[in-house]
Design a protein around this ligand. Structure first.
Ligand code: PAZ
Length: 362
C-alpha cells in the first residue's frame, strides 16, 4: 500500500479542493446503483467518462489549461450502451456533448425554439422531430434510472468523482464496466501551492519561490528573463499565520511553468477501487507509428481489459481495440451517413464484457 504511486495519489487527493457537492453526488450514486441491483439480477452498469479535464492555474480561476476533447465519443457511446441494456453513469465535462443531443445545433436553445405571436414558445419546424426525439429519449433514460449525468470541470473534480463512482459500484462486481474516454490532463498545479502563489500575486508578477514554510517541494517556478529581474522580497501571510517569503518582480516577459505529473490512477482503479470491474481505457496519439505499441504498453502496465487506440485525425472513422489476445480494428459504417464508429465499438466491447462476466462467474 505504501508504494511511491500510492503516496503520490494520496498527496494528489490531499491537496485537491474538496468537492462542493460530495454528499449529493454520493447520494445519487447510492440510489442509482441500488436501483440497478436487485435480487433477481444486477443490471450491467457502465461508467462512461467524457470530455477533457481542466487544470486551473489559480484558485479563483481566471486562467486554466484545457484540451480539445468534444465529448462526442462519450456521449455517443452512452446512447449505444443504454440501447444495449446498460445503465450508464456519464461522468462528463460541463459544456461538452451530452447523450441524445447530437442531432441538435450547438446553441439548441436559441436556434430550435421561437416565440409565437401569442407569446408562446414553440419548436421551429425544421427541428421539430429532432427536438422531440432528444427530449423523449433523454427523459426515458433518466426517468427509467438508466442514465445518471455527473458533470466535472477540473482534474481535481474528475478524479475524486471517478474514485467515488468506482468505490460505490464495487458491489456490482463484474457487471460493472469503466469506459474511460475522457481526455485527462497529465499535469497539474497542486491546489495548496496555488493558494500560496495566486491569492495575492498575479501570475505574471511571480518569479520564483524561495523557502515557503510548510511546502516541502517547490512546485512552480515562474521565471522571467534574467535581464529583467528586479527582485523584491515580499512577506505574505500564509496558512496558520506563518510567513512565506517570495521573490517577485514587477516587469513582464516569458513565463516558464513547471507542473506536477498527475499520478496514474488507472492501476489503482483496477487493483483497489473496483477490482472486479471490466476496464477499458483509451489511448490517443497523433503519430500512427507508435499508437498500437503505446496502447499495448498501457494495457499491460495498468491491467486494462482493453485499450481503444485512436489517432487524432481518424478517430471518428476507425479505432483499434487492443486486448491480450489481439488487436481488432473497428470501422464506422461508411455506407450510412448517420452511423458512427461508437456503435460497432461498443458492440464489440459489450460482447467482451459478456465473456468476462461469464468467466468471472465460473
Ligand atoms: O471527445 P472526442 O470525441 O472529441 O474525442 C475522443 C477522445 C480522442 C478524447 C478519446 O477517444 C480518447 O482517446 N481519450 C483518451 C485520450 C488520452 O488520454 O489518451
Amino acid at each position: 500500500m505504501d508504494s511511491p504511486l500510492n503516496s503520490e495519489i494520496e498527496s494528489f487527493f490531499d491537496s485537491a479542493p474538496p468537492l462542493n457537492d460530495r454528499a449529493a453526488i454520493s447520494e445519487k450514486l447510492k440510489e442509482f446503483i441500488a436501483l440497478n441491483s436487485s435480487e433477481s439480477g444486477t443490471r450491467r452498469v457502465a461508467c462512461v467518462t467524457s470530455g477533457g479535464t481542466t487544470v486551473p492555474l489559480e484558485q479563483r480561476c481566471v486562467r486554466y489549461i484545457d484540451n480539445f476533447s468534444s465529448g462526442h465519443r462519450g456521449a455517443a457511446s452512452t446512447e449505444h450502451l443504454i440501447k444495449m441494456g446498460y445503465a450508464v453513469i456519464f461522468l462528463y465535462r460541463r459544456g461538452t456533448c451530452e447523450p441524445y443531443c447530437s442531432s441538435l445545433p450547438d446553441d439548441a436553445f436559441l436556434e430550435c425554439f421561437e416565440v409565437t405571436e401569442e407569446s408562446a414558445v414553440q419548436v421551429c419546424q425544421p427541428y421539430s422531430e429532432a427536438v422531440k426525439r432528444a427530449i423523449r429519449d433523454h427523459h426515458a433514460a433518466v426517468a427509467g434510472g438508466l442514465l445518471l449525468k455527473l458533470p466535472f470541470t477540473t482534474i481535481f473534480e474528475y478524479l475524486q468523482m471517478l474514485q467515488m463512482i468506482a468505490v460505490s459500484s464495487r458491489s456490482l462486481g463484474p457487471c460493472s464496466m469503466f469506459y474511460l474516454a475522457a481526455a485527462v490532463s497529465d499535469f497539474y498545479v497542486p491546489w495548496k501551492s496555488m493558494q500560496k502563489q495566486f491569492r495575492v500575486l498575479k501570475i505574471e508578477r511571480l518569479v520564483d519561490f524561495v523557502d515557503v514554510p510548510n511546502v516541502p517541494q517547490v512546485y512552480l517556478n515562474w521565471s522571467i528573463g534574467a535581464w529583467k529581474l528586479n527582485f523584491r522580497r515580499v512577506f505574505l501571510n500564509q496558512l496558520g499565520n506563518k510567513k512565506a517569503e517570495h521573490k517577485i518582480q514587477s516587469g513582464s516577459g516569458p513565463l516558464d511553468m513547471q507542473l506536477l505529473q498527475v499520478p496514474k490512477m488507472l492501476s489503482v482503479l483496477r487493483k483497489e477501487w473496483a477490482p472486479m470491474a471490466f476496464c477499458i481505457s483509451f489511448k490517443l496519439e497523433t503519430d500512427a507509428e507508435i499508437l498500437l505499441e503505446k496502447a499495448d504498453m498501457a494495457r499491460k502496465k495498468y491491467g486494462m481489459h482493453a485499450v481503444v487506440a485512436n489517432e487524432l485525425l481518424s478517430r471518428k472513422e476507425q479505432v483499434v481495440v487492443v486486448t491480450n489476445n489481439g488487436k481488432i480494428p473497428v470501422y464506422r459504417d461508411k455506407t450510412s451517413s448517420d452511423s458512427d464508429v461508437e456503435k460497432p465499438l461498443t458492440k464489440l466491447l459489450v460482447d467482451r464484457h459478456s465473456v468476462y462476466i461469464k468467466d468471472s462467474n465460473t
